[in-house]
Design a protein around this ligand. Structure first.
Ligand code: BG6
Length: 493
């Protein structure tokens, strides 16, 4: 099959395209990982020129420290960028694109169609491509990448999947979750399954609870219109957080192949005990930051949640009884994504002075961002005491081991995987639906009399105090090692 490849970005004038996709493609180009012959064809409704696309992407790239700036290489790369405007609901648009692409391709060529548009355009584009015969794989592949949000509930995700399957095969579909492109997220499975030391204790016999936090300092910025409908559950939990949970909880697979991994993930999600709409008060906390209602395009009486904690239990042998606390929010104290595995206390303490040994002594922290790494916290004897103990951290930082710029942008890996036809890090149709099935009742419950109160919190805090009391009522507390606490072993958050 040919290596000649076209990358077509729908929604090319938007943020995602010029902040993430084009810079990631440029990085791949610099690393020599793109096919010999390739082109990037951007399309959107805005009437831009090729130069508008080129200059916007170039200035975005220069603003971000994660991308290499190489002006000479950019000048060559920029020549491969084309921009065309078009109305995605008009069938002629796609015929026009197809004719022009065929000229640029000058022979058989693979095509990656990337949906970087708001979700309301997904079906217009997919149907437009199908009607113009642009999804047919005659002498080259056709792959479609679909951004989140994939549906807004179980029913809409299901009908989106049905419509997609009418015009293409599941193997042509790449539902993207950029969290899976992060090195540290991929390393969860490596840490678990390329070592023997963790697996024996990775279960209910040794683990007290699991905490997954994705905290952000930014608010909703200019995305009020989208965010007020989505809220934190649709924006973060149904996709990124549930992916993290499955990687922590899944069983080892027999190979690192797409379907083997996806099957195991599906088993975890199927085993999560559903939280019914009536039980939301028992298992969830929700919050909204002060000032959210004054954000652009947010109604002054919005009851949308910008923060949430959800406690899940997984009904299987490995995890029975172990709470998984997952939380995420905007305008929090730090930008930090961290997974904490909190181990149980020793069954009996023989040392006389162990006052500081609380339920938090043994922790494994997977710091996903920033200051990516893994920390293991354990008790040690304080020198020159009879037997006083204290917690210390054993630390691994990616930057110390692999250098400061070793971690590629998540989109680099994911775009390359699409070109290589590796769907391991993409979400299969059944997982999107199952995941919505888990969160739909929570959203229904939050709109019912059973809803927990909407607690307000100060920007720059760790969410409403109810988030702490919720854990405290089960004898737990939020722990943090990653981020500003990195060198501060003994402290709870
Ligand atoms: C996106 C959400 O999927 O993820 C945003 O829509 C959020 O609201 C972003 O800010 C967080 O991604 P990251 O990679 O910065 O943690």
């Amino acid at each position: 099959m040919t290596e000649n490849t076209s990358i077509i970005i729908f929604g090319a004038s938007g943020d995602l395209s010029h902040r993430k996709l084009i810079p990631a493609l440029f990085n791949l180009y610099l690393k020599g990982r793109l096919p010999e012959s390739f082109r990037i064809y951007g399309a959107a409704t805005r009437s831009w020129t090729d130069d508008d696309l080129r200059s916007t992407a170039w200035s975005s790239l220069q603003d971000q420290s994660t991308f290499r700036i190489d002006e000479a290489a950019w000048r060559i790369f920029a020549q491969k960028l084309t921009y065309r405007s078009g109305d995605f609901s008009a069938p002629d648009t796609f015929k026009r694109f197809d004719v022009e692409l065929s000229v640029l391709e000058n022979g058989p060529s693979n095509r990656m169609y990337y949906m970087a548009t708001p979700p309301e355009y997904f079906l217009d584009i997919i149907n437009g491509l199908a009607a113009a015969g642009m999804l047919e794989e005659k002498d080259a592949w056709r792959r479609v990448v679909i951004e989140k949000p994939f549906g807004s509930d179980f029913t809409s995700a299901g009908s989106l999947n049905d419509s997609i399957h009418q015009v293409m095969h599941e193997r042509q579909v790449y539902r993207i979750d950029h969290y899976l492109g992060k090195e540290t997220v991929q390393n969860i499975l490596v840490a678990r399954f390329a070592n023997t030391i963790f697996e024996p204790v990775w279960n209910r016999n040794y683990i007290e609870n699991v905490q997954i936090t994705v905290a952000e300092t930014v608010g909703v910025e200019t995305r009020g219109k989208y965010y007020d409908k989505a809220g934190v559950i649709r924006d973060m939990f149904q996709n990124h957080l549930i992916q993290l949970l499955t990687l922590v909880a899944m069983e080892p697979t027999s190979s690192y192949k797409a379907d083997a991994l996806r099957d195991e993930k599906l088993k975890v999600i199927s085993a999560i005990r559903p939280i019914s709409a009536k039980e939301v008060g028992l298992h969830t906390v929700r919050g909204q930051y002060h000032g959210y209602r004054q954000e652009p395009n947010v109604p002054a009486d919005s009851n949308n949640s910008t923060f949430a904690v959800v406690r899940f239990f997984i009904d299987n042998w490995r995890w029975q009884g172990v709470p998984f606390y997952i939380r995420s929010g905007k305008k929090l104290a730090e930008k930090v994504s961290e997974i904490i595995i909190q181990f149980k206390n020793p069954p009996h303490m023989i040392f006389p002075n162990h006052a500081n040994l609380d339920a938090s002594s043994n922790l494994l922290s997977m710091c996903l961002q920033p200051d990516e790494g893994i920390h293991l916290r354990f008790e040690t004897k304080v020198p020159d005491t009879i037997a006083e103990t204290r917690s210390v951290n054993m630390e691994y930082h990616y930057s110390d081991e692999f250098g400061p710029n070793a971690l590629p942008e998540a989109y680099e890996r994911l775009l390359l995987d699409v070109i290589n036809g590796d769907a391991s890090l993409f979400t299969r149709a059944d997982q999107t639906e199952l995941s919505w099935e888990l969160f739909d009742p929570i959203l229904v419950g939050w709109n019912s009399p059973a809803a927990p109160p909407l607690n307000f919190y100060e920007p720059g805090s760790w969410g409403p105090p109810e988030s702490d009391t919720f854990l405290a009522s089960a004898g737990h507390q939020w722990m943090q090692i990653c981020g500003e606490h990195c060198h501060d072993p003994g402290e709870p958050e």
